[in-house]
Ligand binder design. Sequence first.
Ligand code: AMP
Ligand code: ZN
Length: 476
Amino acid sequence: MKIYNTLTKKKEDFIPLEEGKVKMYVCGPTVYNLIHIGNARPMIIFDTVRRYFEYKGYEVNYVSNFTDVDDKIIAKAVEEGISSEEVSRRYIEECKKDMAGMNVRPATVHPQATQEIDGMIEMISTLIEKGFAYPAKDGTVYFRVKMDPSYGKLSHKNLEDLQSGFRSLKVSGEDQKEDPLDFVLWKPKKEGEPFWKSPWCDGRPGWHIECSVMSKKYLGEEIDIHAGGEDLIFPHHENEIAQSECCNGKPFAHYWMHNAFLNIDNRKMSKSLGNFFTVRDIGNLYDLQVLRFFMLNAHYRSPLNFCRDTEDASKDSMEASKASLTRLREAAARLKDVLKTGEEGTLTLEEETLVKEAEGFRAKFEEAMEDDFNTADALAAVFELAKFANTHVTENSGTAFAQALYHELEELTDVLGLSLDRKEEILDEEIENLIAERQAARKAKDFARADEIRGILLDKGIQLKDTREGVKWERV
Ligand code: AMP
Ligand code: ZN
């Protein structure tokens, strides 16, 4: 299996640290809002990477954090007059719903920065003891970049270029740093902000130290894969390497994987440009499996353009992805029909040959995935298989033949996290009727039935919320 490693800028053979096991860390979102469709890209890509490793028989320890202490979270808390904890708790919950909609499996562990402060203080203390960090007068602790001879190896930047860039950007108030390149490990609290006690001052950790510590705690000092969006290469991942390797005296991650960005109408997605979409927005228009398909239909290291014009059925549009996913599901539904109506028995000789031929698509699928997770080519192999099934399975086929092809299709789509079962479309009117029935059940104190209806709706992707203004619902 080959993986493109940002560290070496090459595709390399994957050799795990421990045979049959993969230790993998993916930087997760900062939880101050609903996740946007850019955040969905690494979630879908690296969930697919994990699924492929598992398909190949690896045991994967997959850790992905939630950054739950951050300026943006604090700003949101102030705006709403609630605590930062309430903000992050709410958006972690919402994020998990979006992940479920996109068929992104929960990580083995989802650590939260605020629960890991002791480990951060410990790592910072070690870095100070070893001379890689120093506290300034106000209690801010900085990492001493010049002490790390390999600093810049991930982003392929050299220290001199970085220094000249930084000198011209010298920020006021930062003159307590020994060197403009030094970055923050711990910072003093400001009025009204969450803080923790530390040997240096009451304060909170810098963002980079969080991931070094959580990765070490849940995966160990040396891991196989560290991943995230390409914007994280510098400074976040570069700084993580500096902290972890200087503290532990070992290489940190062997393979660094980065997805390219998702753009909207060929422009960077941003609130100020008015082209900002949350996963929830898209979920209100499409089954989120369509979004997953859309992401997988491109190579993860190529920029992906999201066309807003839903009328445009060009290759990159969601409409095209919806149509393609429907074609796959129709092929699967045909096979299922034959499973119900076809004659039972064993494969005929001719069918046996065809099943062998169909296994060739699996080989093509694997070849694509082994080549740095080329999901677009893997999907093409799945479509060839679906077409093959459409051609060769007829109403007169036996169930054994339909079953063999269905099994192939199901296994491969499952690696991609695409489900072949179409969620039954549910109309607003049906939802309203079920809600009315639930209300009536509650009134009659038939809570079992009320809960049952809530469950039925959830299965159909409808989440109910009891609010002061009555029951509200949303598609999840
Ligand atoms: P953040 O919450 O900004 O730290 O981002 C969480 C993850 O989403 C990181 O891995 C980012 O690199 C990634 N990400 C953010 N925006 C985009 C985008 N437009 N396209 C692809 N990945 C993104
Ligand atoms: Zn991180």
